[in-house]
Design a protein around this ligand. Structure first.
Ligand code: FNR
Length: 386
């Protein structure tokens, strides 16, 4: 078991988080939908992409800096929106956004965050990105967009693959609910993590901060979570997406595009970028990995929109692989949650440092000194079978 001073990989952070976070919340982050096949495929398929080792190239001056939707990033990585991140560590979203701002990468705040978007934006020295779930209550969505604008969020990430919530078996078994049910199983999960409990008791951020106080008759945690549960919109369609774009007026990133036909529709509504994503294997189990879907989406958009990817990125090698395959940048969800659960802000910084170091070393050993030059020529098989 890696102690905090010996952590060198994302997996070390995962192991430490498992020790420090109550089981129901660790498993909530760590699980995928149903059989978890797609969740596993996301990670596994990256390993099939082999890189060309090159030697005797001057690699003394290297840079991983680039842009995502025209905004400067220290490396082609952003933090993916993750609901309830503030349950991995007290004030989690605030701490993570600060770590990202200091490192120079975007932090995307979920609609279902624990800390409110105003609190997170105010604590971060870099504009955050805001992720929107379209709720049936369109007035609420409209108000949320206005709040994101007022908080100077510099991109809106609109998630399209959660019109209904898939089932994650571990959450059911662990009794995950808001508020948690009190029984022997759940009491034990909390009693074995006293530090986590102490920190959580010491913060005011224990509700869904973007919703609490912003919807009528929804005040305590049970009515909040019941409201959220009934608000995902099964009737969402492309006209609604065009309406959101109009309301927002800024850079719009569409998340959950796996199919070339959807990519073409996303182009039609004027997406500035799209994220090839299967929600980290948490929604449609049985679909392919996001890295396997990437080439088809790239072919469909033919350079008319920036293409990002998430799902299964666990190393800097994976960042380089995704970039070589044609993604402008990647997002990571679970890796930063492990960091947060393991060591709060320090853990998120550690995760970013690990990704950066691994990316820099990999790039150098591919004989490249600038991330902008990475492409299919860095792959042994430019069209790997995934
Ligand atoms: C998510 N994801 C997610 N996506 C989104 O658009 N809004 C959300 O609120 C959430 N919530 C959420 C919670 C947790 C615990 C996880 C793990 C994921 C999906 C997320 O943005 C992203 O697509 C995946 O996490 C990417 O896969 P990796 O990096 O976790 O493998």
């Amino acid at each position: 078991m890696a102690t905090p001073d010996k952590i060198t990989t994302i997996d070390d952070l995962k192991k430490l988080a498992k020790r420090r976070v109550p089981r129901m919340f660790f498993d909530y982050a760590d699980s995928g939908a149903l059989t978890e096949d797609t969740y596993r495929a996301n990670e596994r398929d990256f390993e099939q992409i082999k890189l060309r080792q090159r030697v005797a190239v001057n690699i003394a001056n290297r840079s991983t800096a680039t842009k995502m939707i025209g905004q400067d990033v220290a490396m082609p990585l952003a933090i993916a929106p993750t609901g309830s991140a503030g349950l991995q560590h007290a004030d989690g979203e605030i701490l993570a956004a600060q770590a990202c701002a200091e490192f120079g990468v975007p932090y995307t705040l979920s609609t279902l965050s624990i800390c409110s978007l105003e609190d997170v934006a105010a604590a971060s020295s870099r504009p955050i990105w805001f992720q929107l779930y379209v709720m049936k209550d369109r007035e609420f969505s409209k108000r949320l967009i206005a709040r994101a604008k007022a908080a100077k969020c510099s991109a809106l990430v609109l998630t399209l693959d959660l019109q209904i919530m898939a089932q994650r078996h571990k959450d059911v078994r662990n009794g995950l609910s808001a508020p948690p049910k009190i029984n022997l199983n759940t009491m034990t999960q909390f009693a074995t993590k006293p530090l986590w409990c102490l920190k959580m008791l010491g913060t005011k951020n224990r509700q869904f901060g973007n919703i609490h106080g912003h919807v009528e008759n929804v005040s305590d945690l049970s009515s909040l979570s019941a409201w959220i549960g009934e608000q995902f919109d099964e009737q969402l369609n492309w006209d609604d997406i065009a309406w959101i774009k109009e309301q927002w007026g800024g850079p719009l990133i569409l998340k959950g595009i796996m199919d070339p036909e959807d990519a073409k529709m996303a182009l039609k509504v004027g997406a500035d970028a799209m994220i090839v994503s299967n929600h980290g294997g948490r929604q449609l189990d049985g679909t392919e990995s996001s890295i396997a879907a990437l080439p088809k989406v790239l072919d469909a958009v033919r350079g008319d929109s920036e293409i990002h990817l998430d799902g299964g990125v666990r190393t800097g090698i994976d960042i380089l692989r995704a970039r070589a395959m044609g993604a402008q940048g990647v997002y990571v969800g679970r890796p930063y949650l492990y960091g947060l659960g393991a060591m709060g802000k320090k853990g998120v910084t550690k995760a970013l440092q690990i990704f950066h170091k691994e990316l820099d070393i990999t790039m150098a050993l591919c004989g490249e000194n600038n991330i902008e030059n990475i492409g299919r020529h860095n792959l042994i098989d430019p069209n790997p079978r995934l």
